[in-house]
Structures are given as structure tokens and as C-alpha cells.
Design a binder for this molecule. Structure first.
Ligand SMILES: NC(=O)c1ccc[n+]([C@@H]2O[C@H](COP(=O)([O-])OP(=O)(O)OC[C@H]3O[C@@H](n4cnc5c(N)ncnc54)[C@H](OP(=O)(O)O)[C@@H]3O)[C@@H](O)[C@H]2O)c1
Length: 167
């Protein structure tokens, strides 16, 4: 199974602040939905709560928490007490790919087991309190890079990049 990370990060790798996203980019939301559709998605407990406990429909939602009795408030989600357990649950779906969708803590922990990164690079330097790890070019190869200019619905230039782990 391909283990992928999918993230939108600024030039300085910021991904969030005060448990919120830093921008509203409708095309990125569409890209996220299309890319993860029908696949398992793994997220940290704080990211789930940052979305007001909203289940991402059309996908297998797996929430990671160390709390033994934590309740997601929705029985459509699965709960895992470790990243390994979450990946195990994802494998049970028989899907070809699983997506770690954030946030900062989970990205940091899953970087070493990931094979692919879908990075929406948002071309702005911005203040944040949650960050994506550096993508080291010794370990990762840029496979595709599609740039889009800002417009009346997108406040910043952005690029859809795909990175694969070097063999
Ligand atoms: N730009 C983007 O693409 C993007 C995507 C997603 C999120 N975000 C942003 O990221 C921020 C949230 O990130 P965050 O780093 O604060 O939190 P997070 O990674 O979403 O969640 C952290 C929590 O996940 C659980 N966890 C993490 N690693 C675990 C492990 N190995 N085993 C078991 N549980 C584990 C813990 O929950 P417990 O404390 O319950 O044990 C931990 O407190 C928000 O600002 C959000 O908007 C941005």
C-alpha cells in the first residue's frame, strides 16, 4: 500500500495557527477531495477537532489519539491509539493508497514511513504554530509541479507538487 502525506504548506512550511488553516483555497480543497476520494485518511485528534469533528464523507476516516477512552462523537470514524495501528486499519480496506492528512505532529511522525507527498506549496511566508517537516532532496524526488497564479478566489499563488521517496 502506498503511504502518502497530503498537505498545503507555505514557503516557510507553516500549515496552521490556533488549530485553524491559514488560507481558503477552493481549488486546493477540490484537489484534496479528488485525490483522497474513496481512500482511507488518517488524521490527528487535533485536526479532527479543528474541522468541528466533521467526518470526511466518501473516505474511511481514522483518527489517531493516545487517549484510551476518547470518543469521536460519530461511529463512522475509526480510532487508533498509534500511527502503526492506524496504518494497519487502513490496510484492511484493501485500498491502494492511504493518506495522512495532518496535522503537524502526525506529519512529523509519518514522514519516515511515507512513500509519497502531495504538497500544495502556497507561495507566501506566513506566521503559523504548526509546520510541515522539510522535504530533504536527498530523500525525495519532485515528480510533478503544476503552478497556478492567485486570482479573485485565491489570495496566493500556489503549486500542486508530488514528491516520491527516492529508491
Ligand atoms: N495545511 C494543511 O494541509 C493542514 C492539514 C491538517 C491540519 N492542519 C493544521 O494543523 C494543526 C493541527 O496540528 P497539530 O500538530 O496541532 O495536531 P495533530 O497532528 O492534528 O494532532 C495531534 C494529536 O494527535 C494524536 N497523536 C499524534 N501522534 C500520535 C501517535 N503516534 N499515536 C497516537 N496519537 C497520536 C494526539 O492526540 P491526543 O492528544 O488526543 O492523544 C496528538 O495530541 C491545525 O492548525 C490544523 O489546521 C493543516
Amino acid at each position: 500500500m502506498i503511504i502518502s502525506l497530503i498537505v498545503a504548506a507555505s514557503t516557510n512550511n507553516a500549515i496552521g495557527k490556533d488549530n485553524r488553516l491559514l488560507w481558503h483555497l477552493p481549488n486546493d480543497m477540490k484537489y484534496f477531495k479528488n485525490t483522497t476520494w474513496a481512500m482511507p485518511v488518517i488524521m490527528g485528534r487535533k485536526t479532527y477537532e479543528s474541522m468541528d469533528n466533521t467526518v470526511l464523507h466518501g473516505r474511511f476516516n481514522i483518527i489517531v489519539t493516545r487517549q484510551k477512552n476518547w470518543n469521536a462523537g460519530d461511529d463512522r470514524v475509526q480510532i487508533a491509539n498509534s500511527l502503526d495501528k492506524a496504518i494497519e486499519l487502513a490496510k484492511e480496506t484493501d485500498c491502494k493508497e492511504v493518506f495522512v492528512i495532518g496535522g503537524g505532529e502526525l506529519f512529523k511522525e509519518s514522514m519516515s514511513v511515507a512513500n509519497r507527498i502531495y504538497l500544495t506549496r502556497v507561495h507566501v511566508t506566513i506566521d503559523g504554530d504548526s509546520f510541515f517537516p522539510d522535504i530533504k532532496e536527498t530523500d525525495w524526488k519532485l515528480i510533478s509541479d503544476a503552478p497556478f497564479p492567485k486570482d479573485d478566489r485565491h489570495a496566493f499563488d500556489y503549486s500542486f507538487q508530488v514528491w516520491d521517496r527516492k529508491k
